[in-house]
Design a protein around this ligand. Sequence first.
Ligand SMILES: [Fe+2]
Length: 240
Amino acid sequence: MCAMGARDGITHVVAAVHLFHDGKCVPVPHIDRELARLKAALVKDGQGLEISAATETPIMEDIVERIGQGQIIPLDPGGRYILLESPHAGMLGSAVVETVVRLRSCGVTPVVAHPEVSEAFRKNSRLAQEAVQRGAVMQVTASALGFALESGRRGMITGLLERGLIHVVASDAHDTTRRVLRLSDAFQCCAEALGPSCAELLFETNPQRILAGAPVLQPKPTRRRVSRLVDNWVRRRRLE
Ligand SMILES: [Fe+2]
């Protein structure tokens, strides 16, 4: 996977580990050991790829306590950002907002992973806005963004883009065949449809800022412009 990412031009991978495995909390020392092994293997293979680990944390009542107990590995060394799993089926949107508020009150910013697959976000188009207003950062998956732009279909992702509610794009890679470590296709779609500065913000600048613990830059809501640009771009591509 790392070799695939390096070939794609990726320079830093965050290996996100689900906090629970088989119902048990994955211990941080175990993650640290596996990360060290992976880093050593990358050096041996001559892969010049940086890798760090973080936990992908579900929404739960005691999330702040677990951070305090050191069970959650943040995205940045200073602990300013954590990766928060979108609510699973059946969970209410209010749980997202409450969690964002609770985390922000102790100085932690949640990066909400793949809202586009979450029932709560899909059912309530105002939820993403509310979460962002309360201080969340929204991350969508590259393949879903690429598909939304290439197909020109109006959907949740184009709606979020138009309202300036997408801050980061990530691969959400799981393997080398189906959910792969690749960002370049989606980056190119984004740069062609919405302009290079938008692609750079979502794929490079904001991810780098998160890893450095710096505030993300807010994308500008550009409702009409995004729709028009995507439409024009899709039409042009179909004519080619
Ligand atoms: Fe996830």
